[in-house]
Ligand binder design. Structure first.
Ligand code: UFG
Length: 334
């Protein structure tokens, strides 16, 4: 018996694979390696480099491993490229999930933990954001994730597939052991960009807009440690196994940090100079995104272990210092 983790070689996926292993769970990874890295997955985990659209390969994996549940990360996840390439996003994210669900049904697998996002809310009406807040995505990425959630909802009604959708706020940090971390190409997320600047790999950090209605004019986000996200998947699956009840949860720390505050924290942790440049707003950025995760705490017993921004940045920095080129050229090359 094993749990299938799609997208298990990606940033959040690989940390979840590691966490599940630490909990003694048997896992299998399925990842087409578009953004993921095979080296992010321990060699003792069965690994399949496959696409969700390849149902023959999915069937062979389900057949070979007696899969009992799926943790579904595999998806494109960049807001900007979703705006210029919505077809690609719907094809990969929504159609890919349809293919996966078809194979799950063939093998009578009826439990899935789904990687959703705060991007389903769009511009929030109230802060902190609760799960019953209106969902009005402002980009195709958020739309596809919302459509996938709705697909799961209707699949529960029709086929009895139970699901937990986890709406992540801003995933950050790295495995505290320093073995795995964040490595996107191209990188677009704030913390790795700031740390790459501290390493001298970039000349400066562009601050996207300083005229938002926030304390210092820059966008405020709720940063959540990637290992705390990983643990939430474990708790979500345990809940599904014991109650077979579907649910949606926000995952954040409930505290917001502005772009400038994040950069200041990175300066403090790295003790390096970080040049910044003020630029125009980035399209589609809401001013403030802060989660209420009370529901996850209440129903899943989820309590973040690394809630403070300093620890999150320290763990990310440890990864960047020891793996300055990510997974590409091995370790300790700085
Ligand atoms: N930012 C900069 N400069 C940069 C990069 C980012 O100023 O070089 C700013 C952004 O404008 C934003 C903040 O830093 O205000 C955080 O940006 P990220 O790109 O790191 O993250 P996002 O908030 O855009 O999105 C992330 C995930 C989404 C998810 C969202 C939920 O990538 O998938 O968090 O909060 F939906």
């Amino acid at each position: 018996m094993a749990i299938l983790i799609t997208g298990g070689a990606g940033y959040i996926g690989s940390h979840t694979v590691r966490h599940f292993q630490q909990q003694g769970e048997s896992v299998v990874v399925y990842d087409h390696l578009g953004q993921g890295h095979k080296d992010a997955v321990s060699t003792d985990v069965p690994f399949y480099a496959g696409d969700l659209h390849d149902q023959a390969m999915l069937r062979s994996v389900f057949g070979a491993h007696d899969i009992t549940a799926v943790i579904h990360f595999a998806a494109h996840s960049l807001v900007g490229e979703s705006v210029t390439g919505p077809l690609r996003y719907y094809e990969n994210n929504l159609a890919g999930t349809m293919k996966l669900l078809e194979v799950m049904l063939e093998f009578d697998v009826k439990q899935i933990v789904f990687s959703s996002t705060a991007a389903v809310y769009g511009e929030p009406q109230r802060i902190p954001i609760k799960e019953d807040s209106p969902t009005n995505p402002t980009n195709p990425y958020g739309e596809t994730k919302l459509a996938m959630e709705r697909l799961l909802h209707w699949s529960e009604q029709a086929y009895g597939i139970h699901y937990v959708a986890l709406r992540y706020f801003n995933a950050a940090g790295a495995d505290p052991d320093g073995e795995i971390g964040e490595d996107h190409t191209p990188e677009s997320h704030l913390i790795p960009i700031v740390l790459q600047t501290a390493l001298g790999q970039r000349s400066h950090v562009a601050i996207f807009g300083d005229d938002y209605d926030t304390q210092d004019g820059t966008c405020v986000r709720d940063y959540i440690h990637v290992m705390d996200l990983a643990h939430a998947h474990y708790l979500a699956l345990k809940k599904l196994e014991t109650t077979a009840k579907s649910a949606v949860y926000n995952l954040g720390n409930g505290t917001g940090f502005s772009v400038k505050e994040v950069i200041d924290m990175c300066k403090q942790v790295t003790e390096r100079t970080i040049q910044v440049e003020q630029t125009a707003r980035r399209a589609g950025d809401p001013a403030v995104l802060i989660a209420s995760s009370a529901k996850a705490t209440e129903e899943l017993g989820w309590i973040p272990q690394y809630p403070d921004l300093k620890t999150i940045v320290q763990h990310a920095w440890q990864w960047h210092v020891h793996h300055p080129t990510g997974y590409q050229k091995g370790k300790d090359t700085l």
